[in-house]
Design a protein around this ligand. Structure first.
Ligand code: ADP
Ligand code: ASP
Ligand code: MG
Length: 822
């Protein structure tokens, strides 16, 4: 015997029913008797519930909804049954719908909807779908017969969630199939989801219960296999609707499947695994719309897997009940009493967690029952509260549960550590934790608004052959921003293959327009998209969007030199969003502000990276931090930190005039529009300030002294041309400086020095023994004298400006966040 169960979407439309007929036909060709179980057409059960409610409320337009359900079934008949046979089927549908209408009229008269009546109303979904599909199958040339499961499946009277009485059910099922036996017998199309009490009242087996019907039949008939045909390729590592990277699990044990489905993988209704498990009947989960896919085989054993966990599932909406009080400590029987009460009221508990101090017990329940539970417990524990044994009973709502499941977890350590660390890094607070003693499930309760982020982050980390995703938000699409986007685009394949990292640029903004797309922007046409679809940039709005998306592994990149944007760093870091920037403003303000950002990043477990604050892409800050964290101490930092000033003093040699050199630098685009902005040394001051802070010194901006290079006449010149005139007039002054240095065999260099807690910037003469003597072009050079590098300082030298190298430094910072995610 082979049981085939098709879910709601598999019988949801004419096209899907065609597919069902194809699958049944293929199986019929094999020499095994078949039984088919069908759900209601997709959406119908929900509509029937709605119709029932409308009728109770006295609304009359429920008839419109009934018509729609009826029409859906008529349309199937019209499409799949030859015209001359349609009449009697349409009449049968009509007859069944009439019965429903009579029932609804009764409900709307007495204005009362008992669970018993609701079950009867819901039963029409499966009754109609099986009636219609059985006829369509007949029309396709296969013998088929409609079978009402209420005749076979006997239950108690717990309407909405009836329990099966196997002693009565099994013989009835066996007797029915004994009559309809043999290969040529018509294929029974059995209504899923429904049964009846001893008195013959209709019951239902719980939402999603058609799977259960298939398993009950399979167990009673000792079937060879039970197929659950649905709309996905078997059981997946997570719900594919919530985790786009989820993938198929080829084989899984009953225990794992039970844990996954109990914790929300609705692809199988949890109780349905039990009867099959007890008789050791394998279940396959298959895709009606991709019938060649092998799906998932659920049985006693599973193949060896590459991953330590098998899957992740979630229950989206739970409430947590917390019972706490000092009087609970060591007092036996509080939990016995508590769970006794819950059992007595048939309140199902999803998860329980008790602190070892015994000070509190909390448990998760369906939020729909939360008020009732609170009332019951308040009443039952009134005496304990009055006597002070229990402080209070509180309910927390808007929570979700995530469960990681897998037999592989039993044998390996560190799973819980990984789980907590991923959630921590993504700012997901854990409200409660539970691990089953079977060790194949660790469950955590989190706030509902973090569910999607948590699921995707966990999936990324536990199923790492899939690339981890870094969600990037970029502000500033000038030269550096553009170069960065080009580099991300060019390296994306490499990063994916070699670093298992996928960079997804979710948002882009410049001063004019911003565009965001959680699916990621195509980096070949981001500019057009920003122009055509972008909205006027508002930084606060951009930042709010980033926070509200709440995507895992988010990184904010600021490629501007803007002052306002920096105000948002702290709140971004606080929302567990890493920040990467070449913008020096944040780190060169007050020391308190600098520390605050560092602290916030540290507390939140995210990164604030700014390697490009000094020397563009040169590895200066990373080197410095590496030395410091490994225990080295800084004695002196000397540096040429401005490409412009480097060029000017490398070019200013005997025989040249200072004014001409500055003019050349300006013409080559090396200087700011007003060269005095470079020559003032202010930018260098900010850089040495940052380096000193990174080396562990609490410097304020005022602590950096800048010796003036320019005579007052040049500084005071009102315009740029008059500045050049003044510079020319002061030729003698600069010649003099140069000649003095030259006479000593030295070269002039604009050097920033940090030593003995003081930072000074000024023009110095350096001799051939000095590492800065040989500098050429517009290079930067930094020399660190430390306890370890005392004899010969550690020197880093190279181009310290330019969009490409700056962008590559930003790029490296960004990628390092990806690898830190683990
Ligand atoms: P049917 O109507 O066939 O009974 P359901 O809607 O009850 O189908 O169950 C199938 C759905 O279960 C899938 O579309 C998928 O969104 C959801 N689902 C949740 N978790 C998982 C999982 N781990 N693997 C596969 N599907 C899952
Ligand atoms: N039709 C029922 C429901 O929607 C049963 C099922 O689909 O399995 O819950
Ligand atoms: Mg289902």
């Amino acid at each position: 015997m082979h049981i085939l169960k098709f879910g709601g979407t598999s019988v949801g439309s004419v096209e899907s029913i065609r597919q069902v007929i194809r699958i049944v036909t293929t199986h019929r060709q094999q020499e095994t008797p078949l039984a088919v179980v069908l759900s209601a057409m997709s959406g119908v059960t929900n509509q029937l519930i709605e119709i029932g409610r409308m009728a109770t409320d006295g609304q009359t337009d429920y008839m419109e909804l009934v018509r729609r359900i009826e029409d859906r079934h008529f349309n199937v008949v019209k499409a799949l049954v030859p015209v001359k046979e349609q009449g009697k089927i349409v009449a049968a549908i009509r007859g069944t719908v009439n019965e429903l209408e009579d029932l609804l009229r009764g409900v709307s008269l007495i204005r009362e909807l008992t669970p018993r009546t609701m079950d009867l109303i819901m039963s029409f979904g499966e009754r109609l779908s099986n009636l219609v599909v059985a006829e369509c199958v007949k029309a396709s040339g296969l013998p088929a017969v409609f079978c009402d499961a209420r005749e076979l499946i006997k239950t108690d009277a717990q309407f909405g969630h009836a329990e099966v009485n196997y002693t009565q059910t099994n013989p009835l099922v066996q007797a029915y199939f004994a009559q309809n036996n043999g290969f040529s017998a018509p294929i029974p199309f059995v209504t899923g989801f429904i049964g009846s009490t001893e008195k013959g009242e209709t019951t239902t087996l719980g939402r999603g219960g058609s799977d259960y019907t298939a398993s009950i039949l399979g167990a009673a008939l000792n079937a060879d296999i039970i197929d659950i045909w649905t709309d996905v390729d078997g059981m997946m590592t997570a719900d594919p609707r919530k985790v786009p990277n989820a993938f198929n699990i080829p084989t899984i044990t009953y225990a794992e499947a039970m844990e996954l489905s109990h914790f929300g993988a609705k692809v199988i209704y949890p109780p349905s695994l039990q009867p099959a498990f007890a008789r050791n009947i394998p279940i396959r989960v298959l895709n009606t719309f991709n019938a060649d896919h092998a799906g998932t085989l659920v049985s006693r054993t599973a193949d060896r897997r590459q991953y330590t966990i098998t899957g992740i599932s979630s229950i989206d909406d739970v409430a947590l009940v917390n019972v706490q009080g000092s009087g609970m400590i060591g007092v036996a029987g509080v939990s016995a009493k508590l769970f006794g009460i819950l059992a007595q009221h048939k309140i199902s508990v999803i998860l329980i967690s008790q602190a070892s101090s015994e000070h509190s017990i909390c448990f998760a329940i369906d939020p729909k029952g939360a008020d009732r539970v609170k009332t019951i417990l308040d009443e039952e524990f009134a005496a304990d509260v009055a006597s002070g044994h229990i402080d209070n009973i509180s309910i927390e709502r808007d929570l979700s549960i995530i469960a990681t499941v897998g037999e592989g977890m039993r044998k390996s350590s560190g799973i819980a550590g990984k789980l907590f660390s991923v959630l921590g890094k993504n700012g997901v607070n854990i409200v409660a934790v539970a691990q089953g003693s079977s060790e194949i499930n660790i469950s955590v309760v989190i706030t509902k608004n973090n569910l999607s982020k948590a699921l995707n982050a966990l999936h990324n980390v536990f199923f790492q052959s899939e690339a981890r995703v870094l969600n990037v938000f970029l502000v500033g699409t000038g030269l550096i921003g553009q170069a960065l986007l080009r580099q991300i685009h060019a390296q994306s394949e490499f990063l994916r293959q070699e670093k298992l990292l996928k960079i997804c640029v979710v948002g882009l903004a410049n001063t004019k327009k911003m565009v965001l797309d959680t699916k990621g922007l195509d980096l070949t046409d981001w500019e057009t998209r920003r122009k055509t679809e972008g909205v006027t940039t508002s930084l606060p709005a951009f930042v709010e969007k980033i926070k509200s998306y709440n995507l895992p592994n988010s990184v904010f990149i600021d490629c501007t030199s803007d002052k306002d944007i920096v105000q948002h760093y702290e709140s971004l870091l606080d929302a567990n969003i890493s920040v990467v920037t070449p913008n020096k403003v944040a780190n060169s303000g007050s020391y308190a502000e600098y520390r605050r950002l560092q602290r916030t990043a540290l507390n939140r477990g995210v990164k604030f990276l700014y390697e490009t604050n000094v020397g563009a892409g040169l590895p200066i800050i990373n080197t410095l931090q590496g030395l410091l964290t490994s225990g080295d101490r800084f004695l002196k930092i000397e540096a040429i930190l401005s490409g412009t000033l480097s060029f000017i003093f490398n070019t200013f040699k005997p025989g040249t005039q200072f004014v001409d050199v500055v003019r050349e630098a300006k013409e080559k685009g090396y200087t700011e529009p007003d060269p005095r902005d470079d020559l003032s040394g202010q930018d260098v001051a900010r850089k040495i300030l940052i380096l000193a802070r990174e080396a562990g010194f609490a410097l304020e901006p005022d602590d950096v002294s800048v010796e003036k290079i320019l005579p007052p006449s040049c500084l005071d010149a009102p315009t740029i041309p008059t500045f050049f005139d003044a510079l020319k007039a002061e030729n003698g002054y600069f010649d003099n400086l140069l000649a003095t240095a030259d006479a000593r065999g030295e070269k002039l260099r604009m050097i920033a020095t940090f030593e003995n807690g003081k930072a000074v910037i000024g023009l110095r003469g350096v001799g051939p023994e000095h590492p800065f003597y040989q500098l050429t072009g517009a290079d930067n050079i930094i020399s660190f004298t430390t306890e370890r590098y005392k004899e010969r300082p550690l020197v880093i030298k190279g181009p310290g400006a330019g969009a490409e190298v700056t962008a590559s430094g930003v790029f490296a910072d960004m990628v390092s966040i990806g690898s830190y995610l683990g």
